[in-house]
Design a protein around this ligand. Structure first.
Ligand code: HEM
Length: 537
């Protein structure tokens, strides 16, 4: 299983080459029959009707008719690239994951960046969160870090994800607007869900209009676990830090660029790599011993919270370099299937209820997006290590499994072909102790929706604050519903009273009323840690 460091990084490239089309220059049918004429269909006479017999025309048109697959239900618009991850600090103390042991080891990767809300053909520079997904083809199987460029998420529980996305996507009756946020349904939803406030602050900031994919951070968002060879677990947050620094467009630029070049970010990534100007990020970790988790002052399982770097510094442990463009967008970027549940021994999940729902969602959606249960056999999704199991058949099966036996235990297979107990190598879930009643209940430790939103606001420079105010004014001024505008500025008064007042002034709304907001559903138990001024203040 183990190969040398340099070879590992080449492994994915070599594997993909074996699937590439041979460089023959004669056109053939899918059966390999050479085509003599690719311009004229077979007719009954030069001016007569086309014959059903024309298998060459039929095959060509049939295949064309079925070219489209469903776009991703979210993150449909994206761009990807190949590269490698190089470990610069051994994590042997924290995890037994093979690719995180040996300094200098290079692991091949495929990364895909995306917007969230727009369809496949939408513009790159819209105001939106960006996906930042990386597939590591490790020697122990594929590990996917499926993150975003914003360190927190809108909602705390997977139960609310479909509602969030239905609110942000174009409205069902007329499929408008295409833009991620400027519409009543989105603001209706978020104004009723105060847990969205922290991420909303990020989305209204310059972070949501990056200058380039090469110039944005990435975050795993959820708390994960790392488990070392002795079985000791640490909580971990993942960070990607761009070597080129973080840069944004300004809103006016973003809108103009969207009109002039909808492919602005896609083109930027492709051209940088083609010119040898390889984008690079550092991988940073915040590692927290289990015992320290309770002393942070917020719940690590709540995905609307981040761990301030002053509290737990980010340790740099590796670098990601993207150095090769895909050869075929569809085969690679479109068919790649990321999944936060693709983990390797030494990395495990936390009980974050948003993450737990994601663990179900990705394979489920890919079953329909990629046509059945065998999409792990599509070249871009194959691990560089072999896979063995007794799953069989199904749509689009490529593997020719050998032998009589497809079950376990058995006595008929010749020899012990597959060991059932993976021993040291095998994935074993972290044996966290659990003894609690089955409930449909959100933990009271998830109740504070505003402290970190205020913390973010206070961390912004004066010009960044101006951009946030202008963004809220732009978005809210587009709403038909005055009630939603009012509700939103009332909520903002819980983040900062000046912010709320300035936004309200700019859009002709009555002064914000924090007390009215606090009386609404969703504000249950809000901990008013910060001084909240009412509109009169
Ligand atoms: C893509 C579901 C939250 C990051 C997707 C897809 C689904 C999905 C169905 C399409 C996958 C595909 O067709 O291949 C969910 C659910 C969530 C959730 C149910 C919450 C319960 C998040 C969060 C993040 C995230 C919190 C960031 C940490 C991404 C990324 C992609 C994606 C980056 C695109 C992957 C790619 O480039 O192919 N999500 N998601 N999602 N999601 Fe989530």
């Amino acid at each position: 299983r183990k190969s040398k460091a340099g070879e590992a990084a080449q492994a994915k490239q070599k594997q993909l080459e074996t699937f590439s089309q041979a460089g023959e220059n004669l056109l053939t049918t899918n059966q390999g029959v050479v085509i003599a004429d690719n311009h004229n269909s077979l007719r009954a006479g030069a001016r007569g009707p086309t014959l059903l017999e024309d298998f060459i025309l039929r095959e060509k048109i049939t295949h064309f008719d079925h070219e489209r697959i469903p776009e991703r239900v979210v993150h449909a618009r994206g761009a990807g690239a190949h590269g490698f991850f190089e470990l610069t600090k051994s994590l042997v103390e924290y995890t037994r994951a093979d690719f995180l042991q040996e300094v200098g080891l290079k692991t091949p990767v495929f990364a895909r960046f995306s917007t969230v809300a727009g369809s496949r053909g939408s513009a790159d520079t819209v105001r939106d969160a960006r996906g930042f997904a990386v597939k590591f083809y490790t020697r122990e199987g594929n590990y996917d870090l499926v993150g975003n460029n914003i360190p927190v998420f809108f909602v705390q529980d997977a139960m609310k994800f479909p509602d969030l996305i239905h609110a942000v996507k174009p409205e069902p009756h007329h499929e408008m607007p295409q833009a991620a946020s400027a519409h009543d349904t989105f603001w209706d939803f978020v104004s009723l869900m105060p847990e969205t406030t922290h991420m909303l602050m990020w989305v209204m900031s310059d972070r949501a209009i990056p200058r380039s994919y090469r110039m944005m951070e990435g975050f795993g968002v959820h708390t994960f676990r790392m488990i070392n060879a002795r079985g000791v677990s640490h909580f971990v947050k993942f960070h990607w830090k761009p070597k080129l620094g973080k840069h944004a467009l300004v809103w006016d630029e973003a809108q103009k660029v969207a009109g002039k070049d909808a492919d602005f970010h896609r083109r930027d990534l492709h051209e940088a790599i083609a010119n040898g100007d390889f984008p690079e990020w550092e991988l940073g970790l915040q590692l927290i011993p289990e015992a320290k988790a309770e002393s942070l002052g917020f719940d690590l399982l709540d995905p609307t919270k981040l761990i301030p770097e002053e509290m737990v510094p980010v340790q740099i442990v590796g670098r990601l370099v993207l150095n090769r463009n895909p050869e075929n967008f569809f085969a690679e970027t479109e068919q790649v299937a990321f999944h936060p549940g693709h983990v390797v021994p030494g990395i495990d999940f936390s009980n974050d209820p948003l993450l737990q729902g994601r663990l179900f969602s990705y394979t489920d959606t890919q079953l329909s997006r990629l046509g059945g249960p065998n999409f792990h056999e599509i070249p871009i999704n194959r691990g560089v290590c072999p896979f063995h199991n007794f799953q069989r058949d199904g749509m689009h099966r490529m593997l020719v499994a050998k032998g009589q036996v497809a079950y376990e235990p058995n006595t008929l297979a010749s020899g012990a072909e597959f060991r059932v107990d993976g021993g040291e190598q095998g994935f074993r879930s972290y044996p966290q102790e659990m003894e609690s009643p089955k409930v449909r209940l959100r933990s009271a430790t998830f109740d504070d929706h505003f402290s970190q939103a205020s913390f973010f606001w206070n961390s912004q420079s004066p010009s960044e604050k101006e951009h946030i105010i202008a963004a809220f004014q732009f978005e809210l001024s587009k709403l038909d519903s005055v009630a939603i505008r009012q509700r939103m500025v009332d909520n903002l008064a819980h983040v900062d009273s000046k912010l709320a007042r300035k936004v309200a002034d700019g859009i002709g709304i009555a002064a914000p009323d924090a007390k009215a907001a606090a009386g609404r559903a969703g504000f249950r138990n809000v901990r008013n840690k910060l001084p909240i001024e009412s509109s009169a203040a």
